[in-house]
Design a binder for this molecule. Structure first.
Ligand SMILES: O=P(O)(O)OC[C@H]1O[C@H](OP(=O)(O)OP(=O)(O)O)[C@H](O)[C@@H]1O
Ligand SMILES: O=c1cc[nH]c(=O)[nH]1
Ligand SMILES: [Mg+2]
Length: 209
């Protein structure tokens, strides 16, 4: 079973409080999501492989470490996943970015796929699927399905807030996947919203409501 990693660093938890607060405006919300994504990227890259290289300092040779040739890819789920991309790229500027477009049907709560565009060498990359919200888990499961269908095997999932129901669903559908979240909340309400959550992540990021 993949691990569920809760990023409980005080800076992440502090910023998450303001992300949740309904008084936080669109500009601040976007900036905070960006900052938390950077901090979570620090956690999610903890196990990245390093290689030894020898460089020359001004006074001698030095055996040092660099991130190995294994390449990374970010896969935001549109729309709301876009809000976390730049924050991660700050730390991993060499990562390529693929996009999976899904929206959740408000009646059935089931995801509908409308767009997939991935780097040509996506199968060789270690991928991080990104979405602020893991609610029923349907969107994350469908995005991971879309990647597996195209031959991708190394996939992690990174979300800001998860519902227990969503974590369970992803673990059942994709048991090998590691999930990184800043918080696991209480439950889903009848409309599939995470409680207490932060409301609609896409709308709060892009000011559409
Ligand atoms: O776990 P689930 O129950 O599938 O719900 C989570 C999904 O819902 C939201 O997207 P939404 O469908 O609102 O699309 P948007 O990002 O375009 O607003 C969110 O960003 C996730 O993608
Ligand atoms: O709470 C939720 C659930 C799904 N999508 C969101 O943006 N928020
Ligand atoms: Mg939305």
């Amino acid at each position: 079973m993949g691990k569920l990693f809760i990023c409980d660093h005080p800076l992440i938890q502090h910023k998450l409080t303001f992300i949740r607060d309904e008084k936080t405006n669109t500009k601040d919300f976007r900036e905070l999501v960006d900052e938390v994504a950077t901090l979570m990227a620090y956690e999610i890259t903890r196990e990245i492989k390093l290689e030894e290289v020898t460089i020359r300092t001004p006074v001698s040779d030095a055996k040092c470490k660099i991130i190995s040739g294994r390449m990374l890819g970010l896969v935001p789920i549109l729309r709301a996943g876009l809000g976390m991309v730049d924050g991660i790229l700050q730390l991993i500027p060499g990562a390529k970015v693929g996009h999976v477009g899904l929206y959740r049907d408000p009646e059935t709560l089931l995801p509908v796929e409308y767009y997939v565009k991935l780097p040509t060498d996506v199968q060789e990359r270690e991928l991080i699927v990104i979405d602020p919200m893991l609610a029923t888990g349907g969107s994350a499961i469908m995005a991971i399905d879309a990647l597996k269908k195209r031959g991708c095997a190394q996939i992690k999932l990174m979300c800001l807030i998860a519902a227990p129901e969503g974590v369970k669903a992803v673990q059942e559908a994709h048991p090998e996947i590691d999930i990184y979240v800043a918080a696991v909340d209480d439950y889903l309400n009848d409309h599939g919203y995470i409680i207490p959550g932060l409301g609609d992540a896409g709308d709060r990021l892009f000011g559409t409501k």
